[in-house]
Design a protein around this ligand. Structure first.
Ligand code: NAD
Ligand code: MG
Length: 350
């Protein structure tokens, strides 16, 4: 499959990363970036595959697992490790890990020596279906998440489903939240494949492969039309307007996938109000099958609205939403008044 600025996206089990990378870009010096959970499990195997295809792996940088590594301090440390290893402008960076390693590695590759080649080797379901495709990279600041970043399209994405065997079930659910979102946005075959959510959550390789392939090609198609998010790419924020509000109001105690799940239910309620189509029960059923909550505890609606108001994507006086006219027919930039937004948020709080 080819995505965005025409880079290959490979999905399969037991991929030969070294050979795939040799086909996508010129073989030479490279470095491997990973985290402290993924590195001990898979870095050795990946290095062997790279070396067998002729790559010179100058350095493996292992950052602590978790969101804390998307920081200026860790970013600076990674740059210095690459410089000390002697990686040059024609080198490549392989990002082996979840969305954190992908976002950090992407920003390193975008900025080190004004830009080097990036290969994404996603190891979480979320990274496979969402963060590794689309070209957004980023770091967090103490002032907020993803406030620093650049657009950089990878030269190759190789999603080896074998990596998912060690992924905790809860992390699978986090990825499935985005899969459900894309199924509702896409309709057609991807929506049909949502019948296999429970199998996917149980680790069924066939179900996971089908959902990953269809999700990635949907996201890649949307992004290819609108790489810099000036128009239709905004549909990928379905569930995220309320979702970000819930996450921020919880002080980021609530996981992103859980916040987006409840956020989609709230936005389905708004869709019903605006378009008269009732997809609320469908949302709740799919999200439960994916192991996700459809309500959130312990938050006040006013705090959530406050956080939504501060969200960087909000313009003017109204709240703007991506809503669903029906499955497969999203509409973006729909303005909704404060009171309607408040009542939709209240409905997903308990
Ligand atoms: P993550 O990278 O923190 O991974 C989650 C946890 O799973 C980590 O502890 C990690 O070490 C562990 N892990 C990863 N792969 C594993 C495996 N195969 N087996 C066992 N454990 C494994 O988080 P994530 O959910 O993958 O990504 C979240 C990040 O992605 C956030 O920072 C978010 O902002 C970013 N994101 C970016 C984009 C984008 O377009 N760039 C899109 C969505 C999310
Ligand atoms: Mg998301």
């Amino acid at each position: 499959m080819r995505a965005g600025e025409a880079y290959p996206v490979e999905v399969g089990c037991g991929l030969d990363v070294g050979a795939l990378a040799a086909a996508a870009l010129e073989v030479g010096d490279c470095a491997l970036l990973t985290d402290s959970t993924v590195g001990p499990l898979y870095a050795g195997r990946v290095r062997r595959s790279l070396r067998a295809a002729g790559w010179r792996v100058l350095e493996t940088v292992e950052v602590p697992a978790g969101e804390g590594s998307k920081s200026l301090a860790v970013y600076g440390e990674v740059l210095r490790r690459l410089a000390r290893a002697g990686l040059m402008r024609d080198g490549a960076l392989f990002a082996l890990g979840g969305g954190v390693v992908g976002d950090l590695g992407g920003f390193v590759a975008a900025s080190y020596m004004r830009g080097i080649s990036l290969v994404m080797l996603p190891t979480t379901l979320l990274a496979m279906v969402d963060s590794s495709v689309g070209g957004k990279t980023g770091l967090d600041l103490p002032e907020g998440k993803n406030l620093v970043g650049a657009f950089l399209q990878p030269r190759l994405v190789a999603a080896d489903l074998g990596f998912l065997e060690s992924l905790p079930r809860r992390e699978l659910s986090m990825g499935l939240a985005e899969v459900v979102k894309m199924g509702l946005l896409a309709g057609g075959r991807l929506f049909g494949a949502l019948q296999r959510l429970a199998e996917a959550l149980a680790g069924d390789a066939g179900a996971l492969e089908e959902l990953v392939l269809l999700s990635v090609s949907f996201k890649a198609g949307v992004v290819a039309e609108d790489e810099r998010e000036r128009g239709r790419r905004a549909i990928l924020n379905y569930g995220h307007t309320v979702g970000h509000g819930l996450e921020a109001a919880s002080g980021y105690g609530l996981a992103h996938g859980e916040a987006v799940a409840a956020g989609m239910v709230a936005e389905a309620l708004l869709s019903r109000r605006v378009f008269g189509t009732d997809l609320v029960g469908l949302h709740e059923r799919l999200l439960r099958e994916a192991g996700l909550p459809v309500r959130v505890r312990g938050l006040e609606a006013a705090e959530v609205l406050g956080a939504m108001r501060r969200d960087k994507k909000r313009r003017g006086g109204e709240h703007r939403f991506v809503l669903l006219r029906e499955v497969g027919r999203p509409v973006w930039g729909v303005e909704v008044g404060e009171e309607e937004a408040l009542s939709a948020v209240e409905a997903v709080l308990e």
